[in-house]
Design a protein. Sequence first.
Length: 225
Amino acid sequence: MAIKIHDSWQNVLTSTLEQSYFQELIDFVKQEYKQFPNAIFPIGPQIFRAFDACHFDHLKVVILGQDPYPTRGHAHGLCFSCEAHVKPLPKSLQNIFKELEDDLGVKAPSNGDLNFWAEQGVLLLNSILTVREGQPLSHANRGWEQFTDAVIEAINEHKSGVIFILWGAPAQQKGKIIVESKHIVLRAPHPSPLSAYRGFFGSKPFSKVNDELKKMGKEEIAWAR
């Protein structure tokens, strides 16, 4: 499993990628792929897809997830996103699209592949980047959390005016390291069926993001195709 991250991120994460914990993490993930062939998601080349799809230089928004979908054929390296062929959509994504329609009065995307968000400067970042099939959080506490903390710290150091969307308690807990004097943080309950009706619906994250981008003189995100 070759470690390839887009050069724009490599430049700000070099010291992190060289740390011993990160090398141990990669050794663990390699062993998982070997021990559980075809049952570790996403596939190796897609682990760092969020960084390839949203270059550091173009970063405007961060949506923070927890770990990849543990269902075969769903995860592809972007949080909350899934492969275009997946039907029905994961329930959290269904609720995200429902809120999108209610918020902006537009028709939701025709499939669950959110790569077009990433291409506009939205980093779709999970806290944990790999998972074993059918076992949510199976790769927790192995080093991914430390790595994604380092990603946030790099954004703190090198960027200002980034809009962070934190859905649910785990994302909000992780978001404590965001320097809020430099960035904008939007918080709401998680879009899962267990919590969406506790305040996710009606939170209007998509219009709020575009309002903030407009204030900064930046191009708004086209959330629907």
